[in-house]
Write a protein that binds this ligand. Structure first.
Ligand SMILES: [Zn+2]
Length: 449
């Protein structure tokens, strides 16, 4: 113990000045940036690469003839045509004619929706080639291909945009998808999260970490302000610490997404954070406060815990995924159902749709939508959450989340009517992202007529 204590003191003596210098440098950077931003409204993180939709080969206009369109804004249109060009929606109407060189997709027996959006996934959490989570035997090549598999599964499941919260590898995946080098949903990433702990550092260090994430091209800041639900869900960041991070992020124009349970929900709202995740054990007053502050709320009722519990042999033994952890999750199930029902009945509360999909859940994210409907949310509201409201929460509603002129041509289809039969969402039959078709089980290219 004595030796350990000595070692720690030595480490502290060596590292603290370095940390202080780093923090100081970063703060200087932050001030410099503040000067240059003086007088300007904060903007979203620079997401400089153009959104795709200009992938090679998409040079002809496209026309989708749709039986029914659920436009993502609350409208249902019948026998409608959607004209697309260069990866964007040009017009939507009943009697549009196709330009002579257009590719026509006959979806006249299908229901067409905007590409679905999931605001909370973990692309890099996979079952390895042995089928086990955290498979330490996999090669780097296998690992990289498993990431690509996750992206493919999500895209095939109807998700054309996902927000991945917590792995530096996401950045390469985001940029490769963006360039059209690998198929996948459009990705926004938090890179590495800021994780609350007793050794998390001063408020200045927290601000510096936030600035650093922007320098590293993160699209948002992910924060853990509570322990895992499998460790008891206790508070790990104080209100002041959350104020330091979310305040700094707001100043930089970055969004913040905070993993919270219990009283931390209230703290995240008071600290001006953009969105809170999970929220288990929050009170009705906490929900009212979220609504009052305009904080987006993303509870989960349909996929993440159910998926852990249905794959116990594969997860068991990885970190806190043990008997106690599974028990904590089981206890949270009914609490979360009630929380979700309270949330959708809290006036003004913006309940977004994020699944927290990990290994086993990629590509099955519609289960969250279906579960929400089972718990009493109207199918239209559940779909709005997964489309335009999610887009708004990402500050991308001018780009994605609805079927309207000017937006990205992100369009999916199902055979039936999800408003009367939500389970039809499990059978996504058509997926287009940025005007590029990745899945078409309906029209068979449609060019025969
Ligand atoms: Zn998560």
């Amino acid at each position: 113990m004595k030796r350990t204590g000595h070692a720690l003191r030595t480490l502290a003596a060596t590292c603290l000045p370095i940390l202080a210098a780093l923090s100081c440098l970063l703060s200087a950077g932050a001030w410099a940036q503040e000067d240059s931003l003086a007088g300007q409204a904060p903007e979203q993180t620079p997401y400089t690469a153009p959104l795709d939709g200009r992938v090679r080969g998409q040079v002809r206009p496209e026309l989708i003839a749709a039986g029914t369109v659920i436009d993502g804004k609350g409208n249902v249109l019948h026998n409608t045509r959607i004209l697309l060009d260069k990866g964007r929606i040009v017009s939507v109407g009943p009697s549009l004619s196709a330009p002579p060189d257009a590719v026509v997709y006959d979806l006249s027996h299908a229901t067409v929706l905007p590409g679905l959006i999931d605001v909370h996934v973990h692309i890099t959490f996979n079952f390895g080639v042995t089928g086990r989570y955290n498979d330490t035997t996999e090669t780097p090549e296998q690992r990289d291909l498993l990431y690509e598999r996750s992206l493919w599964e999500m895209l095939m499941g109807g998700f054309t945009t996902v927000q991945s919260v917590g792995a530096p590898e996401d950045e390469t995946l985001r940029d490769f998808v963006e360039r059209g080098w690998i198929p996948g949903p459009r990705i926004l990433t938090a890179r590495e999260p800021i994780v609350g702990s007793p050794r998390v550092g001063s408020d200045d260090v927290l601000r510096a970490k936030t600035v650093l994430l922007q320098f590293e091209h993160a699209d948002l800041v992910k924060i853990f302000a509570s322990q895992s639900i499998r460790d008891g869900a206790g508070e790990t960041l104080t209100l002041d610490q959350l104020r330091a991070i979310c305040g700094e992020a707001n100043r930089l124009g970055m969004r913040t997404l905070v993993h919270v349970y219990r009283g931390s929900v209230r703290n995240a709202a008071l600290a001006g954070c953009t969105e809170v995740e999970h929220g288990t054990y929050a009170t009705q007053d906490d929900l009212k406060l979220l609504a009052e502050k305009g904080t987006y709320f993303d509870p989960q009722v349909g996929l993440v815990i159910q998926n852990y519990l249905s794959h116990i042999p594969q997860f068991n033994g990885a970190g806190n995924l043990n008997a106690q952890g599974f028990e904590y999750m089981r206890q949270a199930l009914s609490v979360n159902d009630k929380l979700f029902q309270d949330a959708i009945h809290t006036p003004g509360l913006k309940v977004v749709m994020g699944t927290d999909a990990v290994a086993g859940g990629h590509g099955r994210q519609v289960e969250e939508i279906i579960a929400r409907i089972k718990l009493g949310q109207s199918p239209m509201d559940a779909l709005l959450a997964a489309t335009s409201l999610n887009a708004q929460s990402l500050r991308m509603d001018n780009e994605i989340g609805s079927i309207a002129p000017g937006l990205q041509a992100d369009i999916v289809a199902v055979d039936g009517d999800p408003l009367t039969d939500p389970a039809t969402l499990r059978n996504i039959t058509f997926v287009m992202k940025g005007g590029v078709v990745y899945k078409d089980l309906i029209s068979a290219a449609g060019s025969a007529h």
